[in-house]
Design a protein around this ligand. Structure first.
Ligand code: NIG
Ligand code: FE
Length: 410
């Protein structure tokens, strides 16, 4: 593959850092206006200002004609593998049932588990691949995918093997998370200790033996797993090499932030409910606060307190939470819009949360999340626009003109 250069880029986002952006740093975007960017063998080889551009003669040249270039979104929290959508529950909520009431009737995660157990690996792979292709066309260039709709040893392994196949067949970085503790399955309804034992003694060792998961996650929530159970599982999984993550404080003050920060989780995700103590814990730790505004919107919950987190100098990332129950979208552009409109983040803050900090939240920062020499050439060449504010402003539309993965238009 020879060298390719994009010239006449109106603005090129080159913010980069060796650590995730914290607090006020999120707003400090570094742009090169009137810029060029070169890629070679799928890697960013150089960039600069058009004033200093001289063609090398052996490269293919694309004229950006005044459009912007920014790194692809890094979506660090998805449940992309599922067998069926759940629009009936959506309608039930409109008629007044809550997410928790639907779950208590056997809906929610258990509904998805029942469907997933019956689906074949082939069917599940095909439907996830369609969704992932759509996400890439919307600008996503790295993705994390969780298990958690299996809830038996066999079905959790099935999900994780599908994620492994996605890793092998897609050209973007894919990270896998074991989420056996997503809900207590129906067959353990009156025997939660039995399910915890299954997770610890059978699932975690089997997942580790096949090297199927980078992370372990727990849904730490009222009616799901307590703070102590969360810690117990995460500490055990860490012994098997899985880095902790937590679904924390989505529906209540669940103790998930305390659990996550105390075991050095890479991220705690959701955070609709945060106490002053939680803010303090996040301020003092390296754990990333990952906001999932599409889930808060879709369940009609309060938005996470992004401004307070920024004031407290926390590290914020943003992700879709793509799943059939609480967030049936993989559109990171929409996530960025929601953070601006509903959580008061500036376009620069939201874009950095969805790129560089998202990369750190899934440990792909050496490859993705910023446009730096030596990183993968995964970037968005936007539609015609004058500034990056147009990205969250163009609500529900695709701001990407083309998406480049490893230097090639996807
Ligand atoms: O992140 N909160 C837990 N898990 C998902 C929802 C899963 C589902 O409803 O299927 C979430 O919102
Ligand atoms: Fe989730």
């Amino acid at each position: 593959m020879k060298k390719s250069t994009i010239i006449n880029i109106r603005s090129l986002l080159v913010t980069d850092a060796s650590k995730p952006l914290r607090g006020k740093e999120l707003d400090k975007a570094q742009w090169i206006h009137d810029a060029w960017l070169s890629t070679e063998e799928g890697i960013i080889s150089d960039f600069g200002s058009m004033k200093e551009f001289s063609p090398s003669g052996d490269e293919s040249i694309t004229d950006a004609d005044g459009r912007l270039v920014l790194p692809c979104w890094c979506d660090s929290h998805t449940h992309l593998i599922f067998a069926a959508w759940r629009e009936q529950e959506f309608e039930d909520r409109i008629h007044g049932l809550t997410y928790e009431e639907i779950a208590q009737r056997g809906g929610g995660i258990l509904n998805s588990a029942e469907r997933l157990r019956k689906a074949t690996e082939g069917e599940l792979y095909e439907s996830a691949a369609l969704r992932l292709n759509e996400m890439i066309r919307l600008g996503t260039g790295a993705v994390e995918i969780k298990s958690g709709y299996g809830l038996t040893l066999e079905s959790e392994l099935k999900m994780l093997r599908i994620i492994r196949k996605i890793k092998e067949t897609f050209p973007i970085p894919v990270k896998a998370t074991f989420l056996g503790a997503h809900a207590v399955p129906a067959e353990f309804k009156n025997n939660k200790p039995g399910y915890l034992k299954l997770i610890k003694e059978q699932m975690i060792p089997a997942v580790a033996a096949e090297g199927l998961a980078d992370f372990c996650d727990v849904f730490c929530e009222r009616g799901y797993f307590t703070k102590d159970e969360t810690l117990e599982i995460l500490i055990h999984a860490a012994d098997y090499g899985m880095v902790p993550k937590v679904h924390a404080n989505q529906l209540s003050h669940s103790g998930g932030i305390e659990a996550g920060t105390s075991c050095n989780a890479i991220s705690v995700d959701h955070l609709e409910f945060t106490s002053d103590r939680d803010l303090q814990l996040l301020a003092e730790s390296e754990t990333i606060a990952t906001l999932l505004p599409a889930a808060a919107f879709f369940l009609n919950l309060q938005m996470p307190a992004a401004r307070k987190l920024i004031e407290h100098n926390a590290v914020i990332a943003a992700a879709t939470d793509f799943n059939p129950g609480s967030s049936p979208t993989g559109n990171m552009n929409l996530v960025v819009s929601m953070l601006c409109v509903k959580a008061g983040m500036t376009p620069s803050e939201a874009i950095h949360a969805a790129t560089l900090n998202g990369a750190f939240a899934m440990n792909v920062q050496t490859d993705c999340g910023s446009l730096a020499k030596g990183k993968r050439a995964n970037f968005i060449l936007t539609q015609p626009m004058e500034s990056a504010a147009f990205i969250p402003y163009s609500l529900g539309r695709n701001p990407a003109g083309s998406v480049f993965i490893n230097g090639q238009p996807y």
